[in-house]
Structure formats: C-alpha cells, structure tokens
Design a protein around this ligand. Structure first.
Ligand code: TUI
Length: 312
C-alpha cells in the first residue's frame, strides 16, 4: 500500500489515527505507529508540559514515526506548537482553525505539516502556505465538524490542490478505504474505530457505547452556536438540542457541554457526558488490538483494490 503518504511520512500503510481530544494519548499513538500506520497524540486543550510528557512516553514505546495534533482553539496552542519542534516530532496535524502562523517555524524544523480542513478554500490556502498534505474531513466525522460530507469534499479538494489528500470522516473498514482511494485520496484518517482498540485508554463505558451504537444514534449539537459537534445521542445531546431549539444562549449551551468529553472519556459518564464519535459508530462492533485492526483494514482494502473485476 505504498502511496505518496507512506513515502512522505516513512510509514508502512497510509492509515492515520485521528488526533482525538482526551482519547489520543501515547498508548494509542504508539500502538498505531507500531502497527504500521501513523499514531497521533491529541494535544486538545492540554498544557504544553502534558504534551511534552506524552511525546516522551510515546518515544519509549515506539521507534516508528508518530505525530501530534494541535487543536487550534486551545489556549495553549502557541506553546504546544513550540514543544513539537523542541521534542523533534516528525508530523503535525492541526484542527479547528488555520495554522498559518506556525507553519514557517515547523517547516524550518523539518516537521511535516498536515492541516485538517473541511473546505476547498482552506485546503488551497494551506497548500500555498507550504503544507505537505491535507486531511479532508467530512461531516460524518466525530467531534467538531464542517458542512460537507466526505463523498463530496474529498474529490473537490483532490481537484483543487497538488499535494496529497487524506480522507477522513465515515471510514472504518476496507470498503471505506478503497472508496477514499477511488475519490483520489492517498491515505485515510480514522478515529472512531481506534477509540475501541485494546490500546485505547478510554473508559469501558465509552467503548461499549460505540460498539452498541446503531446507524441512527448520531447527533450534531451546536449548529446554532457555530461550533457543530458530532456525538452519540444521550441525555446530554437530547437536552442540548431541546434548549437549542428553544433559542437558548451560547452560555447556557456551553454549560451543558463544558468538560463533557472528559466526563465521558475519563469518568465513563456516557449519559451526561459528550460521547464524541463518527456516524460510522454503527459499523464498529468489535474491539481489536491496533495491529489486528490495521492488518484487517489492509487485507480488506487489498482485496477490493487488487481483486477480481467489479462487473458481473
Ligand atoms: O478539530 C476537529 N475535531 C475536533 S476538535 C475537538 S475539541 C472540541 N471540544 C469541544 C468542543 C469543540 C471542540 C473535537 N473534535 N476536526 C478537524 C476539523 N477542523 N474539522 C473542521 C475543522 C475546521 C473548521 C473550521 C478547520 C478550520 C476551520 O476554519 C479555519 C479558518 O479559520 O478559516
């Protein structure tokens, strides 16, 4: 499965693990990198010293490349951007904003830069600013999302830029990966399925909630506040959406979600917490090791890409 992405990153398979807030810590990142993909540590809203420690722990578990995802709304983004350079991290991905102000510093340090984008305009801007690749994330994804689905976003971004495109949102098996390749992507980023791997440190309740989820269990809160977030439906999303319909204030809504992800991931409160997951949760039914999952994905994709003809 050699593509421009495996060559760019020095990895075996073009499968990247999403930099999920609270979820993407060093055990998971190292597990994915050791399996031949690219693991990511999600800096989320954590202080720079936490991120530094995570990077050092990951290095103890893997000698393969791994990356760090910076959530650009974080109050610590400036400091985390520097830690990436100081600790010699090979790859950075960014989310929820425009990373332009850090790109020169990262380029000088030889860090590969892969912004996550949800629009053609930002993809083009990132290419002009010197990005090595982009992740085109469709609205099937979990967490903070854009407007377009993966199916329409990926080919439009592929046509708009020269740099390789990585597809994200709604991918959890070989069929999704093969489909992404058909749309012109050179790699994929997956989050939800990696949440339920053995290496993932999230609370068992969170994993169970994903495994039990059906196709219709996904909700998007915050469309009215300009911060749309996809999560599995529960008491919190129900109350949130009711309040949103009634025209509640930004402050009132924030109060419901504040710390909600931590509550779900760490405490296992999947009733009042925010169980961020992609729409594909309905298809995630088993807990595997990172290695077993990556091997399964590669086998399934290979069979479809190299397999017998499609037509009868
Ligand atoms: O960033 C994500 N997904 C996330 S971040 C996150 S942390 C959070 N927690 C609670 C509430 C809100 C966030 C959870 N999930 N994905 C990458 C992504 N980036 N999706 C969409 C975007 C995006 C959106 C707008 C990127 C840039 C942008 O505008 C850039 C600009 O300023 O032009």
């Amino acid at each position: 499965m050699k593509t421009e992405i495996t060559t760019l990153l020095g990895i075996e398979y073009p499968i990247i693990q999403g930099g999920m807030a609270w979820v993407a810590e060093y055990h998971l990142a190292a597990g994915v990198s050791n399996a031949g993909g690219l693991g990511l540590i999600g800096a989320a809203s954590a202080p720079a010293d936490w991120v530094r420690e995570q990077i050092r722990e990951a290095k103890k578990l893997t000698d393969k490349p791994f990356g760090v995802n910076i959530m650009l709304m974080s109050p610590y983004a400036d400091e985390v951007a520097k830690v990436i350079v100081e600790e010699g991290v090979k790859v950075v991905t960014t989310g929820a904003g425009n990373p332009e102000k850090y790109m020169e510093m990262w380029k000088e340090a030889g860090v590969k830069i892969i912004p996550v984008v949800a629009s053609v305009a930002l993809a083009k801007r990132m290419e002009r600013a010197g990005a090595d690749a982009v992740v085109a994330e469709g609205s099937e994804a979990g967490g903070h999302i854009g407007e377009n689905t993966t199916m329409v976003l990926v080919p439009q971004i592929v046509d708009a830029v020269e740099i390789p495109v990585i597809a994200a949102g709604g991918i959890a098996d070989g069929r999704g990966i093969a489909a992404a390749f058909m749309l012109g992507a050179k790699g994929v980023q997956m989050g939800t399925h990696f949440v339920v791997t053995e290496e993932s440190q999230v609370h068992e309740n969170y994993k169970e909630k994903i495994i039990k989820a059906k196709d219709i269990d996904s909700r998007v809160t915050g469309r009215t506040t300009g911060h749309p977030v996809r999560a599995l439906r529960n008491k919190m999303t129900k109350e949130y959406l009711k309040l949103e319909k009634e025209g509640a204030s930004f402050e009132e809504l924030e109060l419901l979600t504040l710390g909600g992800l931590r509550k779900a991931v760490v405490e296992g409160d999947v009733i009042n917490g925010s169980v961020m997951a992609g729409q594909i949760a309905g298809m995630v039914t088993e807990k595997l090791s990172c290695k077993a999952l990556v091997e399964k994905l590669v086998k399934e994709t290979d069979a479809l890409i190299k397999g017998a003809g499609f037509y009868e």
